[in-house]
Design a protein around this ligand. Structure first.
Ligand code: PSU
Ligand code: MN
Length: 303
């Protein structure tokens, strides 16, 4: 197996057993508009560092899976026209020397190959509304079922069918742990309306779960750590409802399909809320990066 290329900083941190947090780049390339996206990508790395962990931003650079990017590489990934690469795209991207952004699924696979177990994103992909007809379910779910990373996220994106996604996570054997809440968060919204069975109140408590999981021989499976936004920071639920139904209608009319659906809906939100959803999205990923770093630290300190 060819391991992904790790930056010197990430390789040194891993060799020394220090805390490392993987960050994905599809949210940078396709989830947030330029130029804010590059600022956010840099800020996430800074936030992770200020929590005493090393950020490993993941992408594919000229066909090489890369864990930890240089400043120039980060700029390339945040620039226009960079493709969104899922797990199934990695071999083609490698053979054709493509530069692209990695999704939750492909980031999880590459991080895990590099030996990183903590990963932060905004919201997981999942089962799309209308999936009974379109079969559109994110590969994030099946990949997490067999990839040994803990993903810190604000639940699944609220444009999805959250209930169906939770059912699929159960079927796939992916654990879901609420951080300080027994309510499953709804990405832009603090509360998706779904309850959780398990709650951890501190980074140490999350780390304890990850240690127990490894001890049970289940370390090669994913865990979702669901970190909700405080209600004061969420998007106005009425505005959310309005913009979402309009976005779904427009996506249907425009015949948006496959991997374009998620970026289309997120862009629609950013446009129709005059940037309010963008601020919320940024707050979500920043908070998740910080929590992932704290859990990574707690894991290292426990070892
Ligand atoms: N979280 C965000 N913004 C995003 C994503 C997550 O805050 O853009 C991305 C992730 O990379 C995730 C992808 O893997 O959306 C899901 O896309 P799809 O539904 O096509 O699987
Ligand atoms: Mn899809």
């Amino acid at each position: 197996v060819t391991r992904p290329r790790t930056s010197d900083e990430v390789a040194a941190a891993l060799a020394a057993g220090r805390a490392v947090v993987a960050l994905e780049t599809t949210l940078i390339a396709h989830g947030l508009p330029a130029p804010r996206n590059l600022e956010v990508a840099r800020r996430l790395e800074t936030l992770v560092a200020s929590e005493g962990a090393v950020a490993a931003t993941v992408a594919v650079i000229d066909g090489v899976p890369a864990v930890g990017l240089s400043a120039g590489e980060l700029e390339r990934v945040a620039s226009a026209g960079v493709p969104k690469l899922g797990v199934r795209d990695l071999p083609m991207a490698a053979a054709l020397r493509v530069t692209g952004a990695t999704t939750v699924a492909s980031t999880a696979v590459l991080a895990s190959l590099a030996g990183i177990t903590l990963f932060a994103t905004g919201g997981l992909g999942g089962v799309h509304r209308g999936a009974a007809e379109t079969f559109d379910e994110s590969n994030d779910l099946t990949t997490l079922a067999r990839t040994g990373v803990a993903v810190v996220c604000a639940g699944v994106k609220s444009v999805l069918d959250v209930g169906a996604t939770l059912e699929r996570l159960e079927t796939l054997g992916v654990g879901v742990l609420g951080y300080g809440t027994d309510v499953f968060p709804g990405f832009y919204l603090s509360d998706s309306g779904h309850r959780l069975d398990w709650v951890a109140e501190t980074p140490e408590a999350v780390a304890e779960v990850l240690v127990a999981r490894a001890g049970l021989g289940l370390g090669d499976r994913g865990v979702v750590v669901a970190n909700p936004l405080p209600p004061t920071e969420q998007l106005d639920p009425r505005l959310h409802e309005e913009v979402l139904s309009e976005g779904l209608r427009l996506a249907g009319e425009a015949g948006v399909r496959g991997k374009d659906v998620t970026p289309f809906l997120l862009a629609h939100f950013h446009e129709r809320t005059a940037g309010a959803s963008l601020d919320v999205n940024v707050a979500i990923v920043e908070r998740n990066a910080v929590l992932a770093a704290r859990v990574a630290r707690a894991l290292v300190e426990r070892a």
